[in-house]
Design a protein around this ligand. Sequence first.
Ligand code: FES
Ligand code: FES
Length: 162
Amino acid sequence: MTITFILNGEDVSVRATSGDRLVDVLREDFGLIAAKADCRKGTCGKCLVLVDGRLVPSCMIPAFKVRGKEVVTFEGFVQTVEYEDIRQGVEEAGLETCGFCESGLLLALGSLLDSSARPSREEVLEAISSVQCRCTDPETTIAAALAAADHRARRTYRRDRQ
Ligand code: FES
Ligand code: FES
């Protein structure tokens, strides 16, 4: 079957079987390798992407389910102004992530700030619980999220006053 959807802002079509998972289509048909297929059970968070703005593990989504929807991968997210807030927050807090977790963790923080402009510590912990990372200090991730929220607040304030 042919599936048409929006991928990182562009209309795309791809042929897939009913058993193809979104993570594999992204990686193999589109060369978008930031989402990684590790556990394939929806638990590790290494394959997270945004589908219609919702953070989802792409290993659990049959590709045909995104027909007509909007998919954003980490590759697309880094092109956005919203990512710049996260990047600055991460830099300020000194958050270091490995190549396996980076995309899921930063997409999770981006998604969090979209739903909560000033997230609480608990909200940050809840958001990052979707990524199984055993090396980063949660306090550093919280600091990164709060710094990113500050950047976003300042940026939107400036934009509102223009
Ligand atoms: S590979 Fe999808 S959650 Fe682990
Ligand atoms: S950042 Fe990858 S295991 Fe912690």
